[in-house]
Unconditional design. Structure first.
Length: 302
């Protein structure tokens, strides 16, 4: 007798039809709602690092590969030890904690989700030796390296306003770090101009970016078949090319020290792992209960 073919729960559900975002405001509300609801699931499936893994060998675990990506960004950015870092779209704080613990950085993580702030603070306090007893005066948790973390619920498009008084920045950072979050932002030029103003003056400050990009010069058919489902399922405004980001950075007065590097092949295994992780029927039932956005998100994980 032939063995039964094991099917993935996602195969039973059609990919929802593309639905254009009504406005940037409604898109941000949907993003916030998504992370308020789904962050606990992200943590249970992916651990503290909610981003791609950079696989150097076939035997590496997803956790090792995720740390590899942080180390790779540190390497190409040459971020100094002990830097003051603004981690934008910090999620549940995995990168913030790594930079504080392993690189002695003083990190301020911002995320649009209050639930992510709660999880980030809890995980950070669990990692530090005495939890709340190790808090500094700015409500940051201190690591033995001298690095520390604090987390703020904040719409990143308002970060310049938050860190300024009367239009003048009151906080300056050696680095603005943003990993796989900028693709969510409706107003990307605003992010680049705000980051530029919040970075400390001088050649040593830097903007470190890892993100999702589309290939240049795609046909309308490729945009419809390949790009729109990703934008829809992942709650993204129109995806940009890497060169678009370079131009926005330059328009904001920044200079390019390291041009875009395509690591698609090195992180591709993440998607295979993702599809295997969402194989629980109960997770699909949860997604369906959240409406089309929940189902579209899981389906685009293929």
């Amino acid at each position: 007798m032939a063995a039964a073919v094991e099917t993935h729960p996602g195969d039973k559900h059609e990919i929802p039809e593309y639905e254009a975002h009504e406005s940037s405001t409604s898109l941000k509300e949907r993003i916030k709602k998504h992370y308020e609801i789904a962050s606990d699931y992200y943590y249970s499936l992916w651990g503290q690092h909610i981003h791609h893994g950079y696989f150097k060998s076939p035997t590496e675990t997803k956790e090792e590969a995720q740390v590899n990506l942080i180390k790779y960004l540190l390497e190409i950015s040459n971020l100094p030890q002990g830097a003051d870092v603004l981690d934008v779209g910090c999620g549940i704080g995995g990168t913030s904690r790594f930079l504080a613990k392993e690189h002695a950085c003083r990190v301020t993580g911002v995320t649009i989700s209050g639930r992510q702030v709660e999880i980030a603070k809890k995980l950070t306090q669990a990692e530090t030796t005495a939890g709340s007893a190790n808090k500094t005066t700015d409500d940051a948790d201190m690591y033995p390296t001298g690095g520390n973390c604090r987390f703020i619920e904040l719409d990143a498009e308002k970060m310049l306003q938050y860190f300024s008084v009367d239009g003048k920045p009151i906080a300056r950072f050696d680095a603005v770090w943003i990993s796989e979050a900028l693709s969510h932002f409706p107003d990307k030029p605003l992010f680049f101009s705000s980051a530029s103003r919040l970075m400390a003056p001088g050649k040593s400050s830097r903007l470190v970016i890892a993100d999702w990009f589309k290939a240049p010069q795609l046909s309308p058919e490729q945009e419809k078949e390949d790009i729109q489902p990703i934008e829809d399922g992942m709650l993204l405004p129109q995806l940009c090319t890497a060169d678009d980001y370079v131009k926005m950075a330059q328009d904001a007065g920044l200079k390019v020290h390291q041009g875009p590097i395509d690591i698609s092949s090195d992180v591709a295994k993440t998607w295979d792992i993702s599809w295997s992780l969402v194989s629980s029927p109960s997770l699909w039932l949860f997604a369906i209960s959240q409406g089309r956005d929940g189902l579209a998100f899981l389906q685009v994980s293929r």
